[in-house]
Design a protein around this ligand. Structure first.
Ligand SMILES: C[S@@+](CC[C@H](N)C(=O)[O-])C[C@H]1O[C@@H](n2cnc3c(N)ncnc32)[C@H](O)[C@@H]1O
Length: 283
């Protein structure tokens, strides 16, 4: 296991470039299958003739792959600002997946034409943007949709049940009782389900359904330690950079907590916020 040396400074999690270096080890299938199930409760179906889906901030394809396997006939355009994420996504693609580098703040570009998708998906990416309803981003996402098309978005619910985050804080405070864990979400960014649902309403999406879904981060001690200390995920690097003491001690304490409190890493509570809605009416 790599030693726990300090990242040089706090990273901007919202900086798109910070995710590029995490691509090789990025994997996160959490939440995607539940979001697809929620989407299936709204018409049009993903099996409809002419159905076409886009995944914004697709990463290495957690949602893209779940969708592609469930709907082998559905054309899916996976987009991300990070070319490395998309390279990783295309290591073993199915026939219905294509990719395009695109900024989710301005996704109407190239193969992603105006009104060319029945479904717009995005998981665990929109919180990287400051209030995407107020700045018009969600309205731009709506422009990708055909009339009555569906948007389906998943977020981390940081305000409820976010144990991976709490676990780090418990370990860090045990080593340095004066440590204050900085907020995970940058001020002004969405914290979870309530703000996501409100954002869709403010944008005029209709037939909105919202669900808090327990997904758990029950990946086991070894995998959790690898994720936290070796994956180069900007969010964990950011935590490490905020701690000025001895990270090796935090690592040991985290291992102890995983063994003694979290059933060897097999019981780490975590929730996702999932929301689906129909394209705003254009009068
Ligand atoms: C936490 S990952 C989520 C990836 C994937 N959707 C999932 O659920 O596993 C966030 C992703 O958003 C991408 N990203 C960050 N800023 C972006 C932007 N402005 N436009 C498009 N993608 C962006 C990152 O490169 C990264 O792949």
């Amino acid at each position: 296991m790599a030693s726990a040396t300090h990242p040089p400074e706090r990273l901007k999690v919202s900086d798109p470039n910070s995710w590029d270096t995490a691509a090789a080890q990025y994997n996160n299938a959490l939440g995607a299958i539940h979001l697809i199930s929620l989407t299936e409760t709204l018409e049009p179906p993903l099996l409809a003739p002419g159905a076409r889906a886009i995944d914004l901030g697709a990463g290495t394809g957690s949602l893209t792959y779940q969708l592609a396997e469930r709907y082998p006939q559905l054309p899916i355009l996976a987009t991300d600002i990070s070319p490395s994420m998309l390279d990783q996504l295309m290591v073993n693609p199915t026939a219905n997946i294509t990719t395009q580098v695109a900024d989710m703040r301005a996704p109407v570009v190239g193969a992603a034409g105006e009104a060319s998708f029945s479904h717009v998906f995005s998981t665990m990416a929109i919180q990287l943007l400051p209030d995407p309803a107020a700045d018009g981003t969600l309205m731009v996402w709506a422009r990708l949709l055909i009339p009555n098309g569906i948007v389906a978005i998943g977020v981390w619910d940081f305000d409820q049940n976010c144990r991976p985050h709490a676990l780090w804080a418990e370990a860090a405070v045990a080593v340095d009782p004066s440590y204050v864990n900085p907020p995970l979400v940058i001020p002004g960014h969405w914290n979870g389900l309530a703000q996501l649902e409100d954002g869709l309403k403010r944008t005029g999406f209709r037939d909105i359904k919202a669900r808090s879904q327990h997904i758990g981060f029950d990946i086991g001690k070894e995998e959790f330690m690898r994720f936290f200390w070796e994956s180069k995920n900007p969010m964990t690097l950011d935590r490490q950079a905020s701690f000025k003491g001895d990270l090796e001690k935090v690592k040991l304490e985290m291992g102890r907590l995983l063994d003694e409190v979290y059933d060897g890493g097999r019981s780490i509570p975590l929730s996702a916020g999932l929301v689906v809605g129909r394209k705003p009416r254009v009068d």
